[in-house]
Design a protein around this ligand. Sequence first.
Ligand code: ADP
Ligand code: ZN
Length: 216
Amino acid sequence: MKKNIILMGPPGAGKGTLAKQLLNAFPFVHISTGDMFREAIKAGTELGKLAQSYIDKGDLVPDEVTIGLVKERLSQDDCANGFMLDGFPRTIPQAEALEKICQEIQRPIDAVVNLDCDDKELIRRISGRRVCKNCGTPYHIITMKPKVEGICDKCGGPLFQRADDNEEALKVRLDHYVHSTKPLLDFYQEKGLLENFNSLKGSELLFDEVRLYLGK
Ligand code: ADP
Ligand code: ZN
């Protein structure tokens, strides 16, 4: 079984949905830098204030901030059963820092799961995306409607649209993806860790494929 994995893909490729499914099937902990920043924003911490100024525009939070956060998280005991990084690394310096951290804590990366998706579909998904304020479950106003409008099926929490899920910020995010994050695919391909999955086939099929690949 692959234990320590990285989930990659452009915004809207379905990383959040897949992560939730995988967490029900595998013992690893979920480390989403996007979620960590959003929690810090909600809590009103210094980190949150700093992160928000970047996130709302669709920009990346500076590497040194993000790397420090992940280093601290990965060193915690609960990562010993495996971890799934989601939204990290997003730049080459982050990937290089991660190599060092993994060596130090002796928890090497076993696989990089990359979700492929085309731009038109990404835009469609993000512009209709709604997220539960309580539990983070993602919905779509047309293709993944909740049973009751505006309410989470799982926990009854209110659904909202992320501040960076607007057309302007999305353009910036896709641009950062192409220029800063996409080069990581070669980085991990060369290490023999990269496995590509087509996220257009629907979340259930995708989940089955990834689950098989990860060894369960
Ligand atoms: P998505 O994959 O839908 O863009 P995330 O929740 O992963 O969303 O990230 C939201 C925002 O948080 C990003 O646009 C960026 O501003 C910030 N962020 C998350 N992870 C990183 C990272 N590894 N490096 C820099 N910024 C990050
Ligand atoms: Zn919920």
